[in-house]
Design a protein around this ligand. Structure first.
Ligand SMILES: [Zn+2]
Length: 440
């Protein structure tokens, strides 16, 4: 009996075990027999139900949409048409037609940038647009990033942060001025030989320099929050663009272009460093299910109508009109925990228990006070590992370790109770077996 295999080794044998190729669809009632071990799955983790669209029908729909797009062609300039088509696709794929959106190019600046403005406006500066216009996927990332700021309510947060920053900066100026006056007085008094010469530089018992330091640190905190919004917008943009059928890898083209531009990073920068943003985007691309999002987007586009385009009153931007009644006016982004759980569960269903374990552990680490499903499924994996690998006790111990965590979070759950009892039984029979061994 092999007893001292490392846990990594044990699980890696799942990949090559020939029996596993024929593991039937797991279900709750499945239990162990001496000949065949089946992993448990009470199907507690929901995967989205995606309606598949027939390719032929989908292409027909796109042809019909084209005719509709043609009817707006004459009204719009070439670049306006390109942005309109792009935003129409992103909005429909993500079911965001619940309000009017505006998009346009800002021409009176050389700054390479884009903005999300009030009243649902996405503005791309001409220098950025011109640099990316022939890389439609990279441009779609820029559009999706600004759209993300709007749907995640960042404009309001950012407005408040910037207001606070401005007030704090005004305070700092005031402290500086007061400190200067008091120093002058102190110097003057000292020259006159007054005994209270050294008492200056205080405001209600706190020195001006302390007040200034506090204000500076508050400002830096607010800037850190601003940078967080950028990561959130990048993260969501990857989902939005992928659903719309754009290549998320090309987001990196946009970022690499931006990172080649001169730019100084300090504690009071409102944007994270480009290399940190690139790392975050790369992680996100790994995390999203590109195939699933693509199917979802296709189905959403198939079920929706072309958004009516018209020029804004100043002719500078294009308005994409809402289809209010058929769409909810909120967008709920998937949390990182959701994404990790789904990814873990898909690997679980594919019998890839090493990766399933990795992602369940990561998901649990994010939300240790609520997520009982990750430890429950981890205990299934380790129990399966135990039964399937010559009763290695280390796995059984680990299975117990995880079910205890699940039990702490959801003691009344029937699946948690059942799994706890199953594991207790296994431990008991392992002990009895050991006794029998010894008495021989
Ligand atoms: Zn941004």
């Amino acid at each position: 009996m092999k007893k001292h295999l490392s846990s990594l080794l044990i699980i890696s044998c799942f990949l090559t075990c020939p029996i596993l190729a024929q593991v039937p669809q797991p279900n709750l009632s499945a239990t162990v027999t001496t000949t065949k071990v089946v992993i448990k799955d009470p199907k507690l983790i929901a995967l989205p139900n995606i309606k598949l669209v027939d390719d032929k029908k989908y292409n027909q729909k796109l042809e019909n949409d084209k005719k509709q797009y043609q009817s707006y062609k004459n009204e719009l300039k070439d670049e306006q048409e390109q942005l309109y088509l792009m935003l129409d696709r992103i909005l429909r794929a993500n079911k965001l037609q619940y309000q009017n959106w505006r998009i346009g190019i800002k021409v009176d600046t050389e700054e390479v940038n884009a903005q999300a403005g009030s009243a649902n406006l996405i503005l791309i500066n001409s220098s950025l647009y011109d640099s990316l216009y022939d890389n439609k996927d990279a441009l779609a990332f820029v559009v999706a990033h600004e759209l993300s700021h709007l749907i995640l309510g960042h404009s309001q947060k950012s407005y408040e942060n910037n207001y606070k920053i401005k007030r704090l900066q005004e305070n700092i100026e005031y402290y500086k001025e007061q400190s200067r006056i008091q120093n002058n007085n102190a110097t003057l008094n000292s020259a006159l030989g007054n005994s209270y010469a050294a008492t200056g530089d205080t405001l209600m018992g706190i020195s001006y320099s302390t007040s200034m330091a506090v204000a500076h640190s508050q400002i830096n905190k607010l800037y850190a929050q601003e940078r967080q919004l950028e990561y959130e917008a990048d993260t969501e943009a990857i989902t939005l663009m992928t659903r719309a059928g754009f290549d998320p890898q090309k987001a990196l083209d946009a970022m690499n272009f931006l990172s080649a531009l001169p730019n100084v990073q300090t504690a009071s920068s409102s944007h994270p460093s480009d290399s940190d943003r690139i790392d975050n985007i790369e992680n996100e691309i790994q995390l999203v299910d590109i195939e699933e999002l693509g199917k979802q987007g296709k189905s959403n586009i198939y079920d929706s109508e072309v958004l009516v385009a018209r020029k804004s009153s100043d002719k500078k931007t294009v308005i994409l009109s809402s289809q209010k009644n058929s769409y909810k006016n909120t967008y709920i982004p998937q949390t990182k925990e959701d994404k990790l759980m789904k990814k873990a569960y898909k690997y679980y269903l594919d019998n890839d228990y090493i990766l399933a374990k990795t992602y369940f552990i990561q998901a649990y680490a994010i939300n240790k006070t609520k997520n009982y499903l990750a430890p429950l499924y981890l205990s299934y994996i380790l129990e399966y590992d135990y039964k399937n690998n010559n009763q290695d006790k280390k796995s059984l111990k680990q299975a117990m370790f995880w079910i205890k965590k699940a039990k702490r979070l959801k003691p009344e759950d029937k699946f948690v109770i059942k799994q706890t009892n199953d594991l207790k039984e296994l431990i008991l029979s392992a002990k009895l077996a050991k006794k029998a061994d010894l008495s021989e």
